[in-house]
Design a protein around this ligand. Structure first.
Ligand SMILES: NC(=O)c1ccc[n+]([C@@H]2O[C@H](COP(=O)([O-])OP(=O)(O)OC[C@H]3O[C@@H](n4cnc5c(N)ncnc54)[C@H](O)[C@@H]3O)[C@@H](O)[C@H]2O)c1
Length: 444
């Protein structure tokens, strides 16, 4: 099949490469000429494990190319997958302007019947609005092609995006005609034949809700365990063992029950807000989600409180943040807790420095003049306290001795529960984590 991908970012580029791997003829279009030039050079413009190798393979096979010309991308394809961003607006609703622009582009440049597929995460009823945009544009242009809109939400996770796309837990798509369903069946048939993953076929609105409900539910689990961790802190229980104990129950499971400094990234914060916004808009407020968000924000405050408990004033204190990316395996800083912490600590006068194995350039672009390190040992040297923000392997591998030798004061606040509290405390560190045994009282 001939397929166009519009928006070759974290979702679009991985999807484009996967579709090409399944034997389709794929063209990736982006309105950012610089990204397209990098891709035409054969290089991914962001870091994602295994992506470069997959691109090398499918580009060499002649099944994937890139263009900055929408006419070249959209003419002659059966399906256009919209993978553009849907970032949050002030009121929590997603900005759908990029997606509307894609609908107009498709109406303008299609030269045969085309299925426009929303892969971007969108609120329910976006499909209907996009069909209105296309119908209006076609009337304006004097065209009358069959252009339908389908929903095919994406569930990949940054850091394991290639693996998730090649071996997904499920494929979900929602369509409003047999023709559209057939197009998507043919897109995914090679994957289903090879991998046998389950397919959920439904209508467009249901498919849109599946994505928001999934992310809102996962975020709820994280905030739930973080609230439990607060209780553990007060009663001397260990939240990791609590989560293990809960997780053995087949009805609960262990996934997304890791206490820490909260969820981040480009999806959970915005999707929780967008789903809550939609619920308010349709007259059925989902207050649980407001609380999920509030708990998440308060987790960062907890880290600052723990630092204050040890260091008293933070003004003039050197704090090293270990990890900047919102999770290991990516250089994506969108809504990363470390970015918020950098800002919040700098505001109270702390001298912040940041270690990250892959995201220092992005941190410097965001905070000009910030001291950044690609290597963890010099980052620790002479700092008054270390805060674990991302559980990179290089951070997990740090021993009590590594901290004790390098830090000016032996203070570690572990926002990811990456270390064993007994090992850290027994070695003499003032070690704090989330909902587990921590250094008692104040430093002597
Ligand atoms: N990143 C994830 O882990 C993830 C996972 C599942 C779903 N999603 C959803 O997928 C969507 C895309 O997310 P992303 O992380 O890939 O975003 P991204 O910012 O990495 O990529 C979006 C791309 O679209 C391009 N673009 C924007 N407007 C365009 C236009 N009118 N024409 C052509 N190109 C345009 C941008 O230049 C950019 O390259 C979002 O709705 C997001 O919520 C993301």
């Amino acid at each position: 099949m001939r397929i166009a991908i519009v928006g070759v970012g974290h979702v679009g580029l991985v999807s484009a490469a996967a579709f090409a791997r399944w034997g389709h003829d794929v063209v990736g279009y982006d309105d950012d000429a610089e990204k397209v030039a990098t891709l035409q050079d054969g290089r991914a413009w962001f870091y994602e494990p295994g992506l470069q190798e997959l691109l090398d393979e499918v580009i060499a096979a002649g099944r994937l190319r890139f263009t900055a010309d929408p006419a070249e991308a959209i003419g002659g394809v059966e399906a256009v997958f919209a993978c553009v961003g849907t970032p949050p607006l002030e009121d929590g609703s997603p900005n759908l302007a990029y997606l509307e622009a894609v609908a107009r582009t498709v109406a303008e440049h299609s030269d045969s019947d085309t299925l426009l597929v929303e892969k971007s995460t969108v609120p329910a009823s976006t499909g209907r609005r996009l069909e209105q945009v296309i119908a209006r544009e076609q009337t304006r242009l004097g065209k009358s092609l069959r252009i339908e809109v389908a929903s095919n939400p994406e569930f990949l996770r940054e850091g394991t995006a290639v693996e998730d796309t090649l071996h997904p837990d499920r494929i979900v798509y929602g369509t409003s005609s047999d023709w559209a369903r057939d197009v998507l069946r043919r897109v995914y048939q090679p994957l289903v034949d090879e991998d046998g993953c389950p397919v959920v076929e439904t209508d467009v609105a249901t498919s849109e809700v599946i994505k928001h409900a999934s992310n809102a539910f996962l975020a709820t689990r994280i905030s739930f365990i973080n609230a439990v961790a607060r209780i553990c802190d007060q009663v001397g229980a260990d939240v990791e063992v609590v989560a293990d104990g809960m997780g053995h129950d087949a009805r609960i499971g262990r996934g997304f029950l890791s206490a820490g400094l909260g969820y981040g990234g480009s999806c959970f914060p915005k999707d929780v807000d967008a789903f809550a916004h939609l619920a308010r808009q349709v007259g059925v407020p989902f207050r649980l989600l407001d609380e999920v968000r509030a708990i998440n924000v308060s987790q960062r405050r907890l880290i600052v409180d723990k630092l204050r408990q040890e260091l008293w004033h933070l003004d003039g204190k050197t704090i090293v943040l270990l990890g900047a990316a919102f999770k290991p395996g990516t250089d994506d800083l969108r809504e990363a807790p470390a970015v918020h912490l950098t800002r919040e600590l700098a505001e109270v006068g702390a001298d912040v420095r940041v270690y990250d194995p892959v995201a220092t350039a992005q941190m410097e672009a965001m905070f000009p003049g910030l001291a950044t390190f690609d290597d963890v040992t010099p980052a620790l040297a002479g700092a008054h306290a270390a805060v674990v923000c991302t559980e990179w392997e290089q951070v997990r591998a740090l021993t009590p001795d590594d901290y004790l030798r390098a830090l000016a004061y032996p203070i570690v606040v572990d926002g990811r529960n990456a270390h064993d509290p007994d090992v850290m405390l027994d070695a003499g560190l003032r070690y704090h984590s989330i909902g587990r045994r921590s250094a008692a009282g104040q430093a002597g």
